[in-house]
Design a protein around this ligand. Structure first.
Ligand code: ZN
Length: 234
C-alpha cells in the first residue's frame, strides 16, 4: 500500500508539472508577442524621429533657396535704382525693395529657428537610437530564450504525458478513480502532504490520532475537511 500511496503522490507532482507546462503553452506566446510589440514600438519611434528630422532639414533647404532668390531679387531692384526717371517710379521701386528686405529678414529668422529645431531633433533621434539599441539587446536574448522554450514545450508535454501513462499503469484502478474524481473537484490538487500537523490542501489541523494513521501508510486516508488524499512524506 505504501508504494501505491507514493505513486499517487508522484502522480500529483506530474500533474502539477503538466499543468504548469500547459499554462506556459498559453502564456509564452503572449509574452513573446508583448516583447516583440515593445521592440516594434521603439523602432517605430526611432523611424518617426528620423522622418521628422528629415522634414526639418528639407524645410531649411527650402528656406535657404528662398533666401537666395530674395537676395538676388534685391540686387536686381537696387541696380534698377540707377535707371529711375520719375518720382513715381522711385517710390514704387523703394516699396518693392522694402518688401524684398522684409522677405530676406523673415527667411533668415526662419532658417535660424529651423537650425535650433534640427539640433533638438538630432538629439532626440540620438536618444531614441540609444534606447532602441539597449532594448533590443535586453529583449533579444530574452526573446531567443522564450522562443526556444516554446519550441521545446510540446516535446516536454509529450514526454511528461508518456511518463504519466507509465505511472498510472501501475496504480490500482480503484485508487486512480478516487484520485481523478478528487482532482476534478479540487482544481487539480488531489494529493497533499501533511504539513506542520495540518492538511497541505486546506491547512486545517489534523487530530494526532489521524496523523498516526497517515504515518502508517497502510490505507488511503482523506482530509475530512477538503476531501483530499493525505500523504505522510517527511
Ligand atoms: Zn484538507
Amino acid at each position: 500500500m505504501e508504494e501505491e500511496l507514493m505513486m499517487l503522490l508522484r502522480l500529483q507532482e506530474m500533474d502539477d508539472e503538466l499543468s504548469s507546462l500547459e499554462r506556459a503553452k498559453v502564456e509564452l506566446p503572449k509574452r513573446i508577442e508583448a516583447l516583440e510589440e515593445k521592440l516594434k514600438e521603439a523602432s517605430q519611434r526611432l523611424d518617426d524621429g528620423k522622418a521628422a528630422l528629415e522634414q526639418l532639414k528639407k524645410k531649411k533647404r527650402h528656406s535657404e533657396l528662398e533666401l537666395q532668390d530674395a537676395e538676388a531679387g534685391l540686387k536686381e531692384l537696387q541696380a534698377k535704382m540707377y535707371e529711375v526717371k520719375t518720382n513715381k517710379e522711385y517710390d514704387a521701386l523703394q516699396s518693392e525693395i522694402g518688401s524684398k528686405k522684409e522677405k530676406i529678414s523673415n527667411s533668415e529668422e526662419e532658417i535660424l529657428s529651423l537650425m535650433s529645431q534640427i539640433e533638438e531633433a538630432e538629439e532626440e533621434v540620438e536618444r531614441q537610437e540609444e534606447s532602441f539599441h539597449s532594448l533590443s539587446e535586453e529583449s533579444g536574448s530574452e526573446l531567443k530564450a522564450q522562443k526556444k522554450d516554446l519550441a521545446t514545450l510540446e516535446e516536454k508535454i509529450a514526454i511528461k504525458k508518456s511518463e504519466r501513462d507509465n505511472l498510472i499503469a501501475h496504480i490500482p484502478q480503484n485508487m486512480l478513480s478516487v484520485y481523478e474524481r478528487i482532482s476534478k473537484g479540487k482544481g487539480g490538487l488531489a494529493v497533499v502532504k501533511v504539513r506542520r500537523g495540518a492538511c497541505g490542501g486546506c491547512f486545517k489541523s489534523l487530530p494526532p490520532q489521524k496523523i498516526q494513521e497517515i504515518r502508517r501508510r497502510d490505507k488511503l486516508i482523506t482530509c475530512e475537511n477538503c476531501g483530499r488524499i493525505l500523504i505522510w512524506d517527511q
